[in-house]
Design a protein around this ligand. Structure first.
Ligand SMILES: *[C@@H]1O[C@H](CO)[C@@H](O)[C@H](O)[C@H]1NC(C)=O
Ligand SMILES: *[C@@H]1O[C@H](CO)[C@@H](O)[C@H](O)[C@H]1NC(C)=O
Ligand SMILES: *[C@@H]1O[C@H](CO)[C@@H](O)[C@H](O)[C@H]1NC(C)=O
Length: 338
């Protein structure tokens, strides 16, 4: 009797089976970030609070060395941060790129959204903005990032992201000059799964309000000034409370050319299942870069979700985290790449 009552009320509460709101979903097995976002929602916070808290947790914990301070030094040894947050109700976005000295990049992104009419601030000026808004200036360099940098120098600056330059970038540290004749070959991506682990989060509350965001320290040994997909609207993430949310991770230089998060959300708006929308967004890139490294997560407004990734050398399966009213705790999920 009690059990059938229980089953009955469960069925009433969760009529859609594998979906339930609220929902938090994030890239990679960054469980503490999922917890932080989920707890923010449970404490009555907004979906923006959830995205901010989740990303901030990763920035503090330096998730996989690829989020936050002390990771991914560029060619000059400096760590800089990129982040973005998007409100799917109002379509407001705040983002920062190439942020120096400030550890809480997602916090600064939110400040851009809430305290300016702008969308994206970059570089030194973004850092000055952050300092004026009360964020603490700190050194983002750690012994670990110094060590990564000095090992790279010792190894003749390999790998690096230069092409069509002399001296030969596969043997030297530059300074580089452009070659007069440009080879029209497609760069073989030297992406690997350990240098591109951006956190991307989508949060939905029980009324279907959507927010999404990202935070990363970019690509190790990047050319200073390089901005990847993460802080770019529609590339790193996208949210629209009338359609859903998506967030991408991987070889940002390639992925940002296709706006995969925007594409996935538009496909869900047109009725596509979240997994199918994710897969289509990956397929679009795959057509041009068959071996690119990348993955995307998608959620629609009823809390159905999915993910997809491109099969690349050493990357057959993508892991992500989900917490919703059914699980009430972060659950590790995986999807086979295709
Ligand atoms: C996650 O949080 C727990 C508890 O605060 C902590 O002990 C653990 O080190 C964290 N995990 C990571 C990967 O930082
Ligand atoms: C970094 O290295 C310096 C010198 O090698 C050492 O004195 C310092 O304690 C180290 N800092 C940390 C946080 O490990
Ligand atoms: C979300 O996706 C599920 C699974 O495809 C579908 O049943 C549901 O109708 C979708 N929700 C909306 C609002 O489109």
């Amino acid at each position: 009797m009690l059990i059938s009552l229980l089953i009955c009320s469960l069925t009433l509460l969760f009529p859609l089976g594998h979906s339930s709101l609220p929902l938090v979903i994030n890239t990679w097995p960054f469980k503490n970030a999922t917890y932080a976002a989920w707890n923010a929602l449970k404490a009555g916070g907004s979906v923006l609070d959830a995205v901010e808290k989740g990303c901030a947790r990763c920035e503090m914990e330096q998730c996989d060395g690829s989020v936050g301070y002390g990771g991914s030094p560029d060619e000059s040894g400096e760590t800089t941060l990129d982040a973005m947050i998007m409100n799917g109700d109002t379509m407001e976005v705040g983002a920062v790129a190439g942020l120096r000295r400030i550890k809480n990049a997602i916090g600064v992104a939110r400040a851009v959204m809430e305290h300016t009419d702008h969308t994206l601030l970059v570089g030194e000026s973004a850092s000055v903005f952050a300092e004026n808004m009360g964020f603490i200036a700190e050194d983002l360099t750690t012994n670990k990032s110094l060590n990564i940098f000095s090992q790279w120098l010792k190894g003749n600056c390999q790998p690096n992201y230069r092409k069509n330059v002399y001296p030969d970038p596969s043997k030297s540290c530059g300074p580089y000059r452009p070659k007069a004749t440009v080879a029209r070959s497609k760069r073989a991506p030297h992406a690997n799964t350990h240098s591109h682990d951006t956190i991307g989060i989508i949060a939905l509350d029980r009324d279907g309000h959507v927010a999404a965001g990202t935070s990363t320290n970019g690509l190790t040994h990047k050319v200073p000034g390089r901005v990847g997909d993460s802080p770019i609207v529609g590339a790193g993430a996208y949210a629209d409370s009338a359609a859903g949310g998506a967030a991408a991770t991987g070889d940002g230089d390639v992925m940002m050319r296709f706006l995969p998060s925007y594409l996935a959300v538009e496909l869900m708006r047109a009725g596509a299942d979240p997994s199918a929308a994710c897969k289509s967004a990956i397929s679009r890139i795959k057509r041009h870069y068959s071996e690119f490294f990348g993955a995307i997560i998608c959620a629609n407004t009823t809390g159905h979700y999915g993910a997809a990734c491109n099969r690349a050398p050493g990357f057959n399966q993508f892991h992500y985290m989900v917490s919703n009213s059914e699980t009430d705790t972060p659950i590790l999920k995986s999807v086979d790449c295709f």
